[in-house]
Design a protein around this ligand. Sequence first.
Ligand code: IMP
Length: 178
Amino acid sequence: MSVIQVHDKKFQPYIGATELQQRIREMAAEMSRDLKDERPLFIAILNGSFMFAGDLFKYLNIPAEISFIKLASYKGTKSTGNVVQAIGLDEDLFGRTVVIVEDIVDTGKTLSQFLPQLEHQQPKKLLVASLLTKPEAMVHPIKIDYLGFSVPNKFLLGYGLDYDGLGRNLPEIYQLVE
Ligand code: IMP
């Protein structure tokens, strides 16, 4: 692994593919233990989480369901500001154990808007699994129940994360060279 260029920026290797897979196996093992009798419903937020969600789900060894959604952001009223809306959420969450799967919780804005909408449906449990988080960037504190890695507040690329559309296919995670 060496420095790569995407569009106008350079990125250096940060978390290797083996380390990523090892950590995701550990997360899946922990979730398999905790949720073995719950038949959890995993809801993966596209686009960024598709690789993490796929690997995590593959390593689970309990009965579980998965669904993929997109979040669209639109301008609400003056008092509500920007509002997020889920596209493709067909499941009834009432009484279910739900695990939201995110690639990265950065400022926490997205989930701080989205989680209360899901709470309305009265799931039995609403849990959050995120591969990454940037504690220094967190503005809206989010409780992450299953976390892969805490990372510094620098732009990351790869393993689902993109820079202007590119880089999602990289099997490891890179960090912006500043
Ligand atoms: P939040 O609402 O600020 O928590 O933003 C979360 C979303 O921002 C993530 O799901 C990513 O799509 C995107 N994002 C945040 N940090 C990065 C990064 O370092 N690289 C690529 N995308 C990021």
